[in-house]
Design a protein around this ligand. Sequence first.
Ligand SMILES: O=c1ccn([C@@H]2O[C@H](COP(=O)(O)O)[C@@H](O)[C@H]2O)c(=O)[nH]1
Length: 297
Amino acid sequence: MSGTSTPGGAGPTREPFGARLAAAMAAHGPLCVGIDPHASLLDAWGLPDDAAGLRRFSLTVMEAVGGLVAAVKPQAAFFERHGSAGVAVLEEVVAAGRETGTLVVVDAKRGDIGSTMSAYAEAFLRDGSPLAGDALTVSPYLGFGSLDPAVDLALSSGRGLFVLCLTSNKEGHEVQHARTDADGEAGPTVAALMASRAAALNAGAQPLGSVGLVVGATVGDAAERTGTDLTSVNGPLLAPGVGAQGAGPAELAAVFGSARHQVLASSSRGVLRAGPDVASLRAAALLAAQDAAAALS
Ligand SMILES: O=c1ccn([C@@H]2O[C@H](COP(=O)(O)O)[C@@H](O)[C@H]2O)c(=O)[nH]1
């Protein structure tokens, strides 16, 4: 992560995440490459399913796409399944993002009661923590307010959040399309409420706020059906589901409509299957970035 020291040694300062992401998307296109070292991908790359294989895989992806795309998104689960040695590799990926000037969204989907959320925030959003990238995915299903410690630390450290809103999986609607209760009356849907909470935090930010949402590229007309106003969020929209989950340029354009300029499309397996050859990975990432840019322009 880029940062400069403030005069007087008050610690690093950096542009807000929303501004840094907008600049990265303008420079490299609206693509995030997911780093999801599935056991099957390690095998396909001729690597062992252990921490050494994980490290070779992840650093090869960083060699291929570092400095080339707007962001990378390591999926924490695939690192955690290798224990502490895997978490150490995740730390190396975060450091490689910083060194190559590529934004790192740590996809850990953390969410808990506020007192515990503070500890997650310190792990993933605090200056000096080896797991702190540029942004973190968080789950608001203990209530949006339970995320306050993460919101506070993200905003004060120039980092960002992506709050789950309309996820790409087929089961998400059970929770996200449900109606909330507002003083005994049917209130907005859960997704619409999450979006309005993010919008409140991003009010007035230019060019984009730092509290984004996760909205899958696979969700069709769900934003419209749930009354979720994506444009008013004034923050980035992380759109997984591109590639392996079946979404492509047509789906990106249809799902996001007038909010398309806020979108950071995300593809993991769709790019990673081109490996282990670095040039092939790079070509796959560039093609995905061009497709996303054309769909979202
Ligand atoms: O709604 C969501 C939220 C997160 N994800 C994550 O994105 C990647 C998708 O990987 P692909 O290989 O491109 O399918 C993965 O890490 C998911 O956990 C999501 O898919 N949907």
